[in-house]
Each structure stands twice: as C-alpha cells, then as structure tokens.
Design a binder for this molecule. Structure first.
Ligand code: MNH
Length: 492
C-alpha cells in the first residue's frame, strides 16, 4: 500500500516522520492500513497508549503508527531508549499531546520549546523551590493534608464503606500542591464533587488527547462542540489561577513558596523576572503537573498493595519499625521507608502515569547505529513498554515485585532503563516532591488501614494524556495503632 502523504496543515510542533527518517521503510508498522485514516483498525481514540502497547508487543522495540497521514515512530526497547537519553544528540521534543497543551500553558515550563527563553528563566527561578530545604519546609503541610484524607477514610472505615481511590488521591494531591506551592486551599475535602479546577483540567487533558485522533485540518470542524467546551475549560482555569494570584498580591506576599518565586524572584544572573502572562502559565502548569500524575501513582500503588497482601504486610512492618507510634513522622523519617518507596517505584514501572516522552535529534544522527534521523526528526518513548523490556526486566515483566528496586538489583541494570520522570534537562522538576509526598501518604495509609480490594474489580486504565486506574475502590479497615517507638537509638 502506498504511504499516505503528510497533510499540508500541520499542528505546530508536528513534523511527520516521512521527512525526518530517511529509512522509515525499515521500521515495522501494523499490517492493515486504511487509506487516509491510517492505522485505525483495533485502535481507539480513548486508549492511544494501551493500543500502542499492543502494537509494541507485536512489532517490537521500534515501530511506527500512522493516523490521518501523520506518521510517527515509537520506541519501546531499552537499547533505543538509552541512546535517546544522550543529551548531546537528542533533546525533548514538544509534540503530539504536549504540543496540544500549548493552548493552555504556552511557554510554561512543561510545554515550552527548548529554544524559548522563558524555559531557562523559569527553570532557574523555580528550581530552588524543589531543593532539600524547600522540601523539608513542605513536609508539615503535606502531613496536614494527609490528615484530611485519613479523617475521610476513618469515616468510610467506620461505616464499612468503600472509598473512591482516584477521586480521593486527586483531592489529596491537588490540596498538597495548592497549599505548599501557592498557599491556597481549594477545600477539596469539604466538597462532595471535584473542584471545578479538576473538572476543567480533565476536560482540557482529554481534549488535548482527542486532538491527536482527528486529522489536524479537520479538527475545528469535527471537534467543534468539544473545542467550544475546551475554550470554556481554559477560561475557567485562567479565572481560577488569576484568583489565586490576586489573593497573593492582596496579601502582599507569602512565605517564599513557588508562587512567591514566580511573582517576585529575579533570575540570579540576569535579574530578569517572569512576565504576568508567563506567571499565569506557570501557575496552571504547576497546579496540573503537580497533582494529576502523583494522584495516579498513589492510586496504582494502592491497587497493587491491595492485590499483594504479602507486599503490603512487609511495607506495613517497615512503617511500624521506622515510624513506631510517632503521631507525625518527621521529614527525615520518610526517606527511611525504603521498601514503601520500592512499592512506588514498581507501580510507576508498570504504570508510569506520564506514559510517554518525545525526543528529537539535535543534528543528523543514527539512532542506536541503525536508524538514520535528520535534524529535528523525533520519536516517542513508550515508557510502559520500556519498563517491560524482557532484556532488562526478565521473562516475567508483568509481575509486580518491589524487590526489582532493591539496591543490588538497581545496580545490576544498565542506566536509562527506568524513566517514569522523563530524561535529561527537561526531566521532571517535581520528582522529589512527588516521591516524598507519595511515600509519606502510603506510609500513613499502610500504618492506619488494611486495604481490602473490591473482589469484582478488574484493572481498567483510563487515559487522558496521563494514566489512572478507572473506578478503583478499596475498603479501608482500621488496624490497631502500633506500639509507641522504643526509646533510644533504633536499629535503622
Ligand atoms: Mn512531572 C516534567 C512525570 C510529578 C512538574 N514530569 C515531567 C516529565 C515526566 C513527568 C515524564 C517529562 C515530560 C517530557 O519529557 O515531555 N511528574 C511525572 C510523574 C510525577 C510527576 C510520573 C508523579 C509521580 N511533576 C510532578 C510534580 C510536579 C511536576 C509533583 C510539580 C510540583 N513535571 C513538572 C514540570 C515538568 C515536568 C514543571 C517540566 C519540566 C521541564 O521541562 O523543565
């Protein structure tokens, strides 16, 4: 079948692989292609990642897909992903889903093109907000938000009710980033329905994903209603963040949190500050990036804990041993939960909640010595398949096993085989924040509850650029409080 040609109107940031990959024909593709529509057989607009995972299983470590003449290359194998991690030859590519978010977040930190000056400016101004000292400062607020969650779960446990795990984790992580980063309280736990910020955010993430499933030139036509709803969602998000900023300005400053950095902090060298327009983009970026993926990570981890009682017992024993009966574990006591952290690492291996990242060639190069790429050509790393490459993870990569992350096992693996937070200069700035928050919360929940699965639940993963275990419910049961910590130095 003849290759379809690229449409003449491309969304910004999209370059078809037809131009950038001179030996594209050597890269496997699905056997059945529909003229114009492309590889639509057996694929759904709602599950692009899981469809790509199926294709990877059939086609191997590198393959291509075509939708409406948009041809792109996906990488699922560890050797190829390791080569793409070479920052001298490759950089972040803002394409597909990420490019579709530029309507919302423009040159905010996540969606900025590498060449946009506001990336480096915002990166340098905001990075100290993720230093160790800054993180230690967030800890008490994180604990306070977690107590709202346990209050809610205590009531459910008392009534023998199941809890809505993704819904509750979203309340928790949104409140956490809003309070620590912006001194703002969205009142999520007092609401019976999600905060309008969350509803509008889900709308825009979903729309950004759907934009990939229609031919670009026809998007305004085919998605007219959805496009109008998306514009309304963006307007709603803008109004919410403008209010957060207005309150801060009226208060005359906060206590040196992320928002203070965005508003008042000059670049250490150039003295430059973020413009009001850019501040708005950063606030939206951090409120979304700062909670949606952490919520998914916690939800998947709780799912796996509920299905693996042996793992849960071991993790719980660690929490009891390290934290004892201390009502409020200190900052330092969180990083000591080594096994709980491995549970999280292993959950993010199987279901990395930001499931792909794109890389582009800085100059003409040959990927892994085999696939020539022209300058600007790009590919997507399909993280869930990178994390299942049997050459790295062994013959049974689907098995949930936190011991894959004990120190000797990690040392025995080649570098660049585990990438839930992306790679290089544009990797996640909030990684330590997310890991601290999630480890703390898992520790608190394990210590307080047994997590009973809903016997009828089968994992279904929803996609809205990010991944989430759809409809996951658990039945928390209070367990007796552990004995107070023994006096004197502990064995840990
Ligand atoms: Mn986060 C970039 C995953 C938590 C803020 N994040 C990325 C990337 C991945 C990612 C992958 C790289 C994307 C790309 O290459 O296109 N992030 C995660 C995951 C979690 C997460 C799996 C939780 C688990 N992220 C957080 C938190 C914050 C945050 C928490 C903020 C408090 N992330 C960002 C920002 C970027 C980013 C900002 C963009 C960084 C840059 O480009 O400089």
């Amino acid at each position: 079948m003849a290759e379809t040609t690229a449409p003449t109107v491309l969304p910004r940031g999209f370059r078809g692989a037809q131009e950038g990959w001179p030996e594209l024909h050597r890269i496997p593709r699905p056997p059945y292609r529909v003229p114009l529509a492309g590889d639509v057989i057996g694929s759904s607009k709602d599950t692009p990642v899981q469809d790509s995972m199926r294709l990877a299983r059939r086609l191997g470590p590198i393959f291509r897909r075509n939708a409406f003449g948009k041809e792109f290359v996906l990488v699922a194998g560890a050797d190829l992903a390791a080569d793409l991690a070479d920052e001298a030859r490759f950089a972040k590519h803002v394409g597909l889903g990420v490019a579709n978010l530029r309507q919302l977040a423009g040159d905010g930190l996540f969606t900025a093109y590498n060449h946009e000056p506001n990336w480096q400016l915002a990166h340098d101004v905001l990075a100290p907000g993720f230093s160790r000292e800054a993180m230690a400062g967030y800890h008490t607020m994180m604990l306070a938000v977690a107590e709202r969650l346990t209050g809610h779960w205590d009531r459910a446990a008392g009534a023998g009710r199941a809890v809505d795990v993704p819904g509750d984790m979203t309340k928790l992580t949104l409140e956490t980033i809003a309070r620590t980063g912006f001194g703002h309280d969205f009142g999520s736990f007092e609401r019976s329905r999600p905060h309008p910020f969350v509803t509008a955010m889900i709308g825009t993430l979903d729309y950004a994903q759907r934009l990939n499933a229609v031919p670009a030139p026809l998007a305004p036509l085919l998605l007219r209603r959805a496009g109008r709803r998306n514009a309304a969602d963006i307007g709603r998000l803008h109004r919410i963040v403008d209010e957060v900023v207005r309150i801060r300005r009226a208060d005359g400053g906060g206590e040196g949190d992320l928002l203070d950095r965005m508003l008042d902090t000059a670049h250490p060298d150039s003295g430059e500050r973020l413009s009001p327009e850019n501040v708005r983009r950063q606030v939206i970026t951090f409120l979304i990036a700062g909670h949606e993926t952490t919520s998914g990570a916690l939800s998947f981890a709780l799912h796996f804990l509920s299905l693996n009682p042996g793992v849960a017992d071991r993790a719980r024993a660690e929490v009891d041993r390290v934290w004892g009966g201390s009502a409020a574990p200190g900052y330092e006591q969180v990083a000591k939960l080594r096994y709980v952290r491995r549970v999280l690492d292993e959950s993010l291996r199987l279901w990395p909640t930001a499931p792909a990242y794109a890389r582009e060639a800085r100059a003409d190069t040959v990927l892994a010595g085999e696939h020539p790429m022209r300058r600007g050509a790009w590919t997507m790393v399909l993280t869930p398949m990178l994390h299942r490459d049997p050459a790295v993870w062994g013959p049974d990569p689907e098995r949930f096993d936190p011991d894959r992350f004990d120190a000797p096992a990690v040392r025995s693996r080649p570098p660049h085989t585990y990438k839930p937070f992306g790679t290089g200069a544009r990797a996640c700035i909030g990684r330590q924040f997310a890991l601290h928050e999630a480890t703390l919360v898992l520790g608190l929940l394990l210590r307080r509850y047994e997590l009973r699965p809903d016997p009828g639940y089968r994992l279904r993963v929803t996609e809205r650029l990010t991944l989430m275990p759809e409809g996951l419910r658990l039945r928390p049961e209070r367990r007796p409080a552990p004995a107070p910590a023994p006096a004197g130095p502990s064995a840990d």
